[in-house]
Ligand binder design. Sequence first.
Ligand code: GTP
Ligand code: MG
Length: 151
Amino acid sequence: AESTYIMVKPDGVQRGLVGEIISRFERKGYTLKGLQMCICDKAKAEEHYKDLAGKPFFPNLVEYICSGPVVCMIWEGTDVVKAGRNLIGVTNPTDAAPGTIRGDFGVEVGRNLVHGSDSIENGAREIALWFGSEEAVEWEPTMTPWIKELN
Ligand code: GTP
Ligand code: MG
């Protein structure tokens, strides 16, 4: 099944939005397969956002991501990469639709609360970067047949 890497950024943790963000993915019908908290170091933040290394905001982005604890998650389910980005909303909270996480709780692009992988390939890359091989949990909710049309 498809997986994505979702991370509550330091502002989301400081503002007490961890439960709210987890809840939106749970209620949608996705399955939590990994969960941990850490304080990111500079090297890891640079690796995570390496595609943006040339951008003028890159140093501020790295500083932001390392500025406090983050909550790291693996979410699994049908089209979860795309739908996860839809739950989060577009990059700039000013433009993010009400009903999305950034649209409901964010104000500025440099404090946009949550990260979501932008492709299946980057999802796999980011999960491998943030989680050890033993740290993902293999399980299937008993309610899966009420969420997914099987076979
Ligand atoms: P992520 O889910 O965090 O990857 O965000 P995204 O995919 O919506 O946007 P992108 O990957 O292009 O940028 C990564 C992060 O860099 C954004 O979430 C913002 O926190 C930050 N960022 C992007 N563009 C800008 C910008 O123009 N100014 C500032 N200050 N930060 C930016
Ligand atoms: Mg991105």
